[in-house]
Design a binder for this molecule. Structure first.
Ligand SMILES: C[S@@+](CC[C@H](N)C(=O)[O-])C[C@H]1O[C@@H](n2cnc3c(N)ncnc32)[C@H](O)[C@@H]1O
Length: 249
């Protein structure tokens, strides 16, 4: 196992471009089978509530929904359950191993008629314009190589009036929480995460670095407006550790 310092040096870049895409994909391939367990442990179970709150923003008569960066399919499952048997959810992710676990969970839930798992890149979705009533995305946008491109692509595939629900780590609002969270995410989380998963790709160093370099609440709202979304608003969860951005095409 690499030391934390060695992992810090090999961690995926939190920048942009194909180098980031490859590094991020290597990282998710390596942690896929521990992803759900680690998520629950490292977020103290909070990720379930964050995802439920995101899914609650889906308008109930949505019929065709896209979940981008679906990973192990938690949000896709929540969306399918919320919208009922007449709705269809397309769960896309670039990473085969993450999506394979998602597909397994979809089968276990007997929701394979409702949820279609497809391997695809958020920056180049192979679907025509204006197809989806809503797009959900959970903790993916931080990882894409070109954020602006991914947001434009999501807007392209939404129907006019369709809604993006973007759940992502953000920036805690209160100073004391920011300091506590920085200590947790830069010190404790890499230590625990690495020991639990035996990870050698530096994912638990990448995680806090990618959160810090991702736009804050207002920065993401600005970017959403720049790519053409309207009625952009956001809701902080857990004091701003996470935010849900809502935007309409
Ligand atoms: C932190 S996981 C989130 C998974 C799931 N949405 C959740 O909330 O648990 C991020 C996911 O985004 C995927 N991802 C990263 N870049 C992507 C891209 N360009 N296109 C599609 N998926 C991508 C990764 O493969 C990974 O499965």
């Amino acid at each position: 196992m690499l030391t934390l310092e060695e992992q810090r040096q090999t961690a995926p870049p939190a920048g942009t471009g194909p180098q980031k895409e490859q590094a991020v994909q290597r990282m998710f391939s390596s942690i896929a089978r521990y992803y759900d367990l680690n998520n629950s442990l490292l977020s103290l179970g909070l990720h379930h509530s964050w995802k439920s709150q995101a899914a609650a923003h889906l308008i109930v008569d949505s019929r065709v929904v896209l979940d981008v960066g679906a990973g192990t399919a938690d949000l896709a499952l929540l969306a399918a359950r919320r919208l009922g048997e007449h709705a269809r959810v397309v769960a896309v992710d670039l990473n085969g191993p993450m999506l394979a676990i998602g597909l397994q969970k979809v089968r276990t839930a007997r929701l394979q008629r409702q949820i279609l798992c497809v391997q695809a890149n958020a920056e180049r979705l192979c679907v025509p314009d204006s197809v989806f009533d809503a797009v959900t995305t959970g903790f993916c946008m931080r990882n894409v190589a070109n954020l602006s491109q991914a947001l434009q692509e999501i807007r392209r595939v939404l129907k006019p009036g369709g809604r993006l629900i973007c759940l992502e780590f953000s920036h805690p609002v209160a100073g004391w929480l920011r300091r506590l969270y920085d200590w947790y995410s830069f010190t404790l989380l890499p230590w625990i995460g690495t020991r639990l998963s035996g990870d050698t790709t530096g994912v638990y160093q990448y995680l806090p670095a990618s959160i810090r370099s991702f736009p804050d609440q207002n920065g993401l709202a600005r970017l959403l407006r720049e790519v053409g979304f309207q009625k952009v608003e956001y809701h902080n969860l857990s004091g701003g550790i996470v935010a849900i951005h809502l935007a309409v095409k």
